[in-house]
Design a protein around this ligand. Sequence first.
Ligand code: PNW
Length: 483
Amino acid sequence: AAGLDSTRTLEFPPGFRFGSATAAFQIEGAAHEEGREDSIWDAFCRVPGAVFEGHDGSVAADHYHRMPQDVALMAELGLDTYRFSTSWARIKPGDRTLNPKGLDFYSRLVDELLGRGIAPWLTLYHWDLPQALQERGGWANRDTAYRFADYALEVFEHLKDRVTDWTTLNEPWCSSFLSYAGGEHAPGHTNPEEAVAAAHHLLLGHGLASGAMREVADKEHRLGITLNFTVADPANPANAVDVDAARRIDGAFNRIFLDPIFRGQYPTDVLEDMAEAGLERHIRGNDLEVIAAPIDVLGVNYYNGELVAGPTTPPAPDESLVFASDRGLPRRSPIVGSERVGRAWRDLPRTAMGWEVQPGGLERLLLRLEEHYTGPAGIPMVITENGAAYDDVADEAGFVDDSGDRLSFIDAHLRATHRAMEQGADVRGYLVWSLMDNFEWSFGYDKRFGIVRVDYDTQARIPKASAKWYAQVAASHRLPARR
Ligand code: PNW
């Protein structure tokens, strides 16, 4: 597309934020230090076959012990925003009492960031539920929503004097469907009924938490949620079954979260698609009003598009299965509606995850959100995650020249963002996933998303070519023309 023409130099507005993102479990390590107890991911990592080669988060990128150096590195790269998550299992291990040492780590992180002129962007939940709560049903249990709101308010009260930007949940689709039906993420269940319960309770937790935080917030605080979006195109737009498949995917990934948050209701077609799994059964009293609590910003995570088709007849046994779960892992099981959806293939470049590279999908997504959700609500968007895993090759010094893949990926998606902004999408920032290589969930340390390489033997951090380039983009607020 002409707009993605990389020979143009593009300017971003002065206030546009360029930053990076990480998550607690993926980088911290120190899994059982200073009062932290098991999260569902610690437990899941012990399940044989759950995670690539049995990798776990006990050391990860050792960020817990290297935090000041990591913040210094961000400052060297000139990044103005750092999105991180607080670990519930560190702050309220077992969800009983507050662990002051756990909270203190994040307080020091925030001070370190502010001291270097980097704005902290705090995500309260990036998937590390205390295992003690999982033992009481986890997100399938309505009570977890209330426990989350309590935890969120406690963290908010401790850090709100220094942190302006707050995200309740990261990607509730992953914490519900991928975790309770797909079996691919902790707790690794394969039960669609639990998954729809989890989806509703996550939304409720978001609503309760943001409502409670709002009551004690000041004008400058910005509260929001981050959703991951799947831009699904029908394989044949003239074929009704393919169009229906795309509608189902859009409902099950995107609208099931967007509509309650922005409109206070579940879409009718989603309620129908998920009737058998019992979505409606979990809605009580004024839940939807609570969920629709006003937010100040929508966090947008975008990685890839999908080409989808109606069911092939008869579906191959492992093709009628979890949509989004055929990503190289053996475990597959049904998610809601997936039996009506197949995946089609289009010839696009792929990342090491097998995810297609489709920057145009981001442009379309941002424009659609602007038109139907954030625009009418009068709120901006920030891209809270975008990035790519590639099979990095490091030289003797640990340097990775990723200018041919990761750098191009980020460049193309920034161009897509810019193009959406030119057409009216109110996007205020871009946070690359990820600052550094880290624990990529079920894929362990096998997949590297960092713009900074982590040598897991020495824990050395070595900026890749993409990091050096991104630093210049951040400093100049300009995307240089590429040959
Ligand atoms: C997101 N899917 O995860 C997360 O927010 C990050 O923690 C993660 O490292 C990053 O994207 C890269 O994967 C996802 O299967 C994991 O659709 C899986 C899916 C989507 C997002």
